[in-house]
Design a protein around this ligand. Structure first.
Ligand code: CMP
Length: 143
C-alpha cells in the first residue's frame, strides 16, 4: 500500500488546525498509520529540507519549522502521494485554490500549514527521517 509523509507545520498547530487537516484526509478515505506531536531538531529540519539548501528562503524555512511543535503523520492508501498533494494545494499562495487546505487556510507561502511528500522517493526518505519502522502501524480496514 502506498504511503506518504504529511506534517502539520508550527503555524497549523498553533492555529488549532490539526483536527481540520486530519479530517480532510480521513474523509477522503486514507488511513492514518503513524502520528506524533514533536519539536524537530535543526539536524532533522536540515535533512528534511536538504533540497532547498542554498535557496534564499532556506534559513527562514529551517528556523520556522523548528520554532514550535509539528504534527508528523504517515498516511496510506491508493495514490496517496499524488492525491494528498491535491488536497494540500499549491505552495504559492496565489495558486492554492479554494477547497484545498492551503487555499482555504493559508495566507503566506512560507507559513503554509502543511507539508506533503512530492514523490515515492521523498516519501520513503521523509518517513524514515521522522519515524522508526516500529512506529508505523499496519492494519486492514475491517468496517
Ligand atoms: P513545502 O512544500 O513544505 O516545502 C518547501 C517549503 O519551502 C514550502 O513548503 C514553503 O514553506 C517554503 N517555500 C517555498 N518557496 C518559498 C518562498 N519563495 N519563500 C519562503 N518559503 C518558501
Amino acid at each position: 500500500m502506498e504511503k506518504t509523509f504529511l506534517m502539520v507545520k508550527p503555524d497549523g498547530v498553533q492555529r488549532g488546525l490539526i483536527g481540520e487537516i486530519v479530517k480532510r484526509f480521513e474523509q477522503k478515505g486514507f488511513q492514518l498509520v503513524a502520528s506524533k506531536l514533536m519539536v524537530i531538531s535543526k539536524e532533522q529540519a536540515e535533512a528534511h529540507y536538504a533540497e532547498h539548501n542554498g535557496k534564499s528562503f532556506y534559513d527562514e524555512l529551517v528556523q520556522f519549522i523548528t520554532s514550535g511543535p509539528v504534527f508528523a503523520m504517515v498516511w496510506q492508501g491508493d495514490q496517496v502521494i499524488t492525491l494528498s498533494r491535491i488536497l494540500v494545494g499549491k505552495t504559492n499562495t496565489l495558486d492554492a485554490l479554494p477547497g484545498t487546505i492551503r487555499g482555504d487556510f493559508a495566507l503566506h507561502t512560507g507559513m503554509n500549514l502543511i507539508h506533503g511528500s512530492d514523490s515515492p522517493e521523498s516519501a520513503e526518505r521523509e518517513i524514515g527521517n521522522f519515524f522508526k519502522p516500529e512506529e508505523i502501524i499496519e492494519y486492514k480496514q475491517t468496517i
